[in-house]
Design a binder for this molecule. Structure first.
Ligand code: ZN
Length: 90
């Protein structure tokens, strides 16, 4: 991976070292039906649709989403802590 990866646009500011949870996509709010991977802009959508992602890694508040590919590519660089859903505070 090079420094010039097109997907990197300053996400270190808000995603470095954060805790991520693998989760089925759900809307952030009732009038918000989709999100994008913070890196490659792959689309997460509810209800599920073709060519869109249904699951991914998200921050604990479900605000930022990262697809599996980008997670694999950037996990070392961003030093993410991965929480299993069952270990969460809920
Ligand atoms: Zn991605």
């Amino acid at each position: 991976m090079s420094e010039a990866d097109w997907r990197l646009t300053g996400q270190e500011k808000y995603l470095r070292g954060v805790t991520l949870v693998w989760r089925r996509y759900s809307r952030y709010s009732p009038d918000w039906d989709h999100d994008h991977c913070a890196f490659c802009w792959a689309k997460f959508i509810e209800p599920p649709a073709e060519d869109c992602l249904r699951e991914g890694y998200c921050t604990e508040d479900a605000y930022h989403w990262v697809c599996a590919d980008c997670f694999a590519d950037f996990r070392d660089r961003f030093e993410w802590v991965v929480l299993k859903e069952s270990e969460g505070a809920g």
